[in-house]
Design a protein around this ligand. Structure first.
Ligand SMILES: Nc1nc2c(ncn2[C@@H]2O[C@H](COP(=O)(O)OP(=O)(O)OP(=O)(O)O)[C@@H](O)[C@H]2O)c(=O)[nH]1
Ligand SMILES: [Mg+2]
Length: 303
């Protein structure tokens, strides 16, 4: 299935929860009056768009549309336009780091999809002809090391791993040294899932960052927070703490397939203003796509 279809399908729960009642209401009223606009705001909030962004979207709609007889098609098109505009800044034309080896650090809370996203991105870079190395810096659980090692085998990507319980900083140190001597283009670092509230674990991430700084003379080129779309706006508080620890450069929003909280992408972007590099649309290695604001708005708002 094409990525676009998968995005549409992934957002279908969010879309239907929002569009069906909205369409019924606009059609019934034969246009947009003050009450209808208020109801749109409530529906947007219910779709996890957040009160602030919902208020702004409705204000824009109010300004952009004649209050008289507006058709459903006009309302739909205007909303789509506003959402696409609101998210435009979140979209980037991402290219792999130019430095060698480029270092991509994946961080996030437990189960958000770090290891999977690391593998997906590795596969993507490999297909672009880059030589990729994985660093299993999640030494917290033996299963985590096995998971990345297995993914590496599947993809033909070498994995640097130490035993469970080892220092993640040491893994990254070895990975960078190995990448340098073997001429790898990119090192992708998988880290342990952590509760953002656990300070020692967050400090460990800071340490990983410093190891890279010491060896490469610069921080990891990308510090990517992997967030699970199904947690909705909770992603914002998560991100703030990870940002403190490693200064995030990008987001990967996973599990947009099947989330009923797809609308949360809007407040997440507005609160953080960290570019959304990729979206995850399934468990498979090819289920990843660059974030495109207009595509997202269409998938969210067009039937
Ligand atoms: N549907 C769906 N599932 C995903 C996606 N990304 C990851 N998953 C699944 O989410 C689960 C957790 O993924 P992992 O990549 O292991 O997550 P993690 O952040 O590395 O987890 P920990 O290392 O335990 O913190 C797995 O079952 C993945 O297959 C996605 O985009 N869509
Ligand atoms: Mg993991």
């Amino acid at each position: 299935m094409a990525i676009w279809e998968r995005l549409r399908q992934g957002l279908s729960r969010t879309r239907e929860g929002f569009l069906a009642p909205l369409e019924a209401m606009v059609k019934e009223r034969g246009g947009l009056d003050a009450e209808a606009l208020e109801e749109i705001e409530d529906l947007l909030i219910a779709a996890d768009v957040g009160p602030e962004a919902a208020g702004e979207l409705v204000a824009r709609l109010r300004a952009g549309l004649d209050k008289g007889a507006v058709s459903w098609d006009q309302v739909q098109a205007a909303l789509e336009e506003e959402v696409a505009e609101l998210l435009a800044g979140a979209e980037v034309d991402w290219t792999p780091p130019e430095a060698r080896p480029g270092v991509l650090l994946f961080v996030g809370v437990n189960g958000s999809g770090k290891t999977t996203t690391c593998a997906k991105v590795g596969w993507m870079l490999k297909r672009q002809g880059l030589r990729v190395l994985f660093a299993a810096a999640d030494t917290f659980r033996a299963a985590a090391i096995d998971q990345l090692t297995q993914l590496g085998d599947e993809l033909g990507v070498e994995v640097i791993a130490h035993r469970p319980g080892a220092d993640p900083g040491a893994v990254v140190h070895d990975a960078l040294a190995h990448a340098g001597s073997k001429g790898y283009d990119c090192v992708l670092v998988d880290t342990a899932g952590r509760l953002q509230t656990k300070r020692p674990l967050m400090e460990e991430l800071g340490k990983v960052r410093r190891v890279v700084e010491k060896l490469a003379g610069r921080p990891p080129d990308e510090r990517i927070l992997v967030v699970d779309a199904t947690v909705g706006q909770n992603a914002i508080s998560q991100a703030e703490l990870f940002h403190e620890a490693v200064e995030l450069t990008g987001l990967a929003i996973t599990k947009l397939d099947g989330s009923a909280k797809g609308g949360a992408v809007i407040p997440i972007w507005r609160a953080l203003e960290i570019p959304i590099l990729w979206i995850g649309l399934g468990k498979g290695l090819a289920d990843i796509a660059p974030f495109r604001a207009r595509e997202f708005a269409q998938a969210l708002l067009r039937r």
